[in-house]
Write a protein of this length. Sequence first.
Length: 94
Amino acid sequence: MSELKAFAIAQNTIWKTLSNENRVKILYALYESDLSWSDLMFNLKINPKSLSNHLNYLIEYQMVEKKNDGYGITAFGREVCELKIFSEIAEANT
């Protein structure tokens, strides 16, 4: 895969993630601290099926990781929350 194509896929993934309110809620909750599945469900008021789907998406794209006692944010997920990823994208395009 070309570097440009990989870059485009990464950008699309970030926009798709940020376009969903529940995924953003999950990311920012985990940005604050690691949480269990039930804590996420009750604190964010997301139904179980939806929460599972969103967590699987965030894990697949390496923004969230499964831990022994719940879930935590990855370095990439932290960059997305801090919007550092956008400055990196801008630098790559100059």
